[in-house]
Write a protein of this length. Structure first.
Length: 352
């Protein structure tokens, strides 16, 4: 029996929650396997071209900036927590500001440029749009301010390092898990977030590639939600109206999982339609425990923020060049494995 008042309260809470992402079969490549917090990678690639970086000595305090895609999801708070941890280690002040919504591209561009005007020593940015952020990043690096990109790529990428999940590989894991849950047959839909966002595009690509291996599964709908829980609810309702015989849904980020799960609970579809998603916000974890959510692809946002600050400090202090691509990994978490020590740490990286 569904506890409707609880579900409605949980939904209201989730609208202001901030998100965490990931997966259970590991996508991390051996050369960039995730270190414990406090350990940065040591191998490096050739330095990025451009204006020489304005360096500081080993004992000088740094001023670094982190610009997320948005500030309303738990994922970005966890990225910031990792960045804060690294900032303490490298003697840096961390400035944090991002757009109020993940589709606010002009707002993010203004924030990035304002940090450049303030003269920060380095900036980490998660791009709301893979094309729109190229010029602002180039402008910063022409001033000698190094940039690393976190989570969501820009194309072409002039930054010194890209620190993120391999989203194509991670979404393939989601497809494999959904295919397994459906025994290789049925009708499925995709709930994606923003066309033109590198992360969004890559997850759709990976899911389509992965689900294509199941010849008995048909994708019957694909919708975008602008990372808004309310839109995720309405899009899920529209999909179910058009396809009442839907068997599975892939929700590609936190607000999409939360919105879809609410609809499934409200309409008595929980457990009947298989729901596989990304991220690990508190509301998503509750959905996993209840069985509304069948699996979550969980990233390591704490490590993303941590590695970003370490890479910037390495550049500004003239200590070499970080790896051009740092894969922070992802795992598939299910109700069956969520209580293992490895998954508990991934789901709650800030626990003492």
């Amino acid at each position: 029996m569904t506890n409707q008042p609880y579900l409605n309260a949980l939904f209201a809470l989730s609208l202001s929650a901030v998100a965490l992402s990931g997966c259970v079969r590991d996508t991390t490549t051996p050369s960039t396997s995730a270190p414990a917090a406090g350990n940065a990678p040591t191998s490096a690639s050739a330095p990025a071209a451009g204006t020489p970086i304005k360096t500081k000595g080993a004992n000088e305090k740094l001023t670094l900036a982190l610009v997320p895609k948005g500030t309303t999801h738990q994922f970005w708070q966890t990225v910031k927590a990792g960045a804060d941890a690294a900032a303490k280690e490298v003697n840096a002040e961390l400035l944090y500001n991002g757009p109020s919504r993940e589709n606010s591209v002009p707002e993010q561009i203004d924030i990035v440029r304002n940090f450049g005007t303030q003269g920060v020593d380095g900036i980490a940015v998660a791009a709301t749009d893979k094309g729109a952020l190229v010029t602002p990043v180039n402008e910063l690096q022409e001033k000698g301010i190094p940039v690393v990109v976190v989570d969501s790529a820009i194309e072409p990428d002039p930054s010194h390092s890209f620190i993120a999940t391999d989203n194509v590989a991670a979404a393939r894991l989601a497809a494999e898990e959904l295919g397994r849950l459906l025994n290789g047959k049925g009708k499925v839909a995709i709930l994606n977030f923003k066309k033109g966002s590198g992360t969004s595009d890559e997850r759709e690509q990976g899911f389509r590639e992965g689900i294509a291996k199941f010849t008995g599964i048909q994708i019957v709908a694909s919708e975008y939600t602008e990372s808004d829980v309310g839109k995720a609810v309405s899009q899920t309702e529209s999909i179910l109206t058009a396809h009442p015989d839907l068997d599975g849904l892939f929700a590609s980020n936190e607000p999409n999982v939360i919105g879809a799960a609410k609809v499934f609970d409200d309409k008595g579809k929980a457990g009947k339609i298989k729901l596989v998603g990304f991220d690990a916000a508190d509301a998503e974890i509750e959905g996993l425990k209840k069985g509304t959510v069948d699996a979550l692809v969980v990233q390591d946002p704490f490590r993303m923020g941590y590695e970003a600050v370490k890479a910037l400090a390495q550049l500004v202090r003239g200590q070499g060049t970080p790896q051009k691509r740092i894969d922070t990994g992802a795992k598939v978490v299910t109700k069956a494995n969520m209580e293992t020590p490895e998954m508990k740490k991934l789901l709650n990286p800030l626990a003492k």
